[in-house]
Design a protein around this ligand. Structure first.
Ligand code: 6PG
Length: 243
């Protein structure tokens, strides 16, 4: 499988490049169809990206035409330190003029099954109820175990084709989450993976090494009509062999 991989000197340059790609994709979508839909990832890696969007691009992106969703959310209240929504709030939503009606968060404070069902209804309200939600851009990270969003290796959530959002239990962190499912992720116009740090060098090397057999969830991103771009910093790419 051919990868579009771009390697950056450090996390700051990685975040700057990702922010420019986000802003450019938003600009193109808004010019061509009047709106831009993005699903934001969680964890710690996107913080620099969100900070750059909330500062450098605060006045250049037409935020009132941007619709923000999430790829996944931990089952915690929105003000909890583990909340993916809180991360985006701190760095982006509190800085850029994004109307509240454009923020479609997963309600982590609810029971995971209820939160997943409500999020599906929210996506249906925006995208329509007959089609698979089609995001212009989906941001993803990768865990050291090869998970992405909250799709963990061996999880039943990986097999779901008749739901767009489902509850998912993380054995490693011992908490429940809600995650988008593969049909939605693979219906994106563009998937941007952001991977930073030495701790991810092993999983990146495994993912980019051709092999037969079962694959990590992060390797299952093959959008039928879109592209996948991997943005790595030098540390995350440090175990890759030169092509
Ligand atoms: C989450 C994320 C998850 C994340 C990876 C990488 O809610 O945890 O969506 O998939 O992207 O675990 O996390 P870090 O950026 O913290 O390494």
């Amino acid at each position: 499988m051919k990868f579009d991989v771009r390697i950056f000197f450090d996390p700051d340059r990685l975040a700057s490049a990702a922010a420019k790609m986000f802003a450019d994709a938003a600009g193109e979508a808004i010019v061509s169809k009047g709106s831009f839909t993005a699903a934001l990832s969680g964890g710690s890696t996107p913080r620099k990206l969100f900070r750059t969007l909330g500062t450098t691009y605060c006045d250049t992106v037409k935020w009132d035409s941007v619709q923000l969703f999430w790829t996944d959310e931990r089952s915690v209240p929105p003000d909890h330190e583990q909340s993916n929504y809180r991360l985006a709030c701190e760095e982006l939503i509190s800085k850029a003029a994004i109307p509240a009606r454009n923020i479609h968060r997963i309600r982590g404070e609810l029971n995971p099954a209820k939160a997943a069902a409500e999020y599906e209804r929210e996506m249906a309200r925006y995208f329509g109820s007959v089609t698979v939600p089609a995001f212009d851009l989906i941001l993803l990270g990768v865990g050291q175990d090869g998970h992405t969003a909250s799709l963990f290796p061996g999880s039943e959530a990986l097999l779901v084709t008749d739901h767009f959002a489902v509850p998912s239990y993380s054995e490693s962190s011992g908490n429940w989450r809600v995650t988008l499912t593969l049909p939605v992720l693979n219906n994106a116009e563009r998937i941007l993976f952001l991977v930073s740090g030495t701790s991810k060098s092993g999983i990146i090397s495994e993912i980019f090494t051709e092999r037969i057999g079962n694959h990590y969830p992060a390797e299952l991103m093959e959008p039928s009509r879109g592209s996948v771009i991997w943005l790595l910093d030098r540390e995350a790419a440090s175990a890759l062999k030169a092509a």
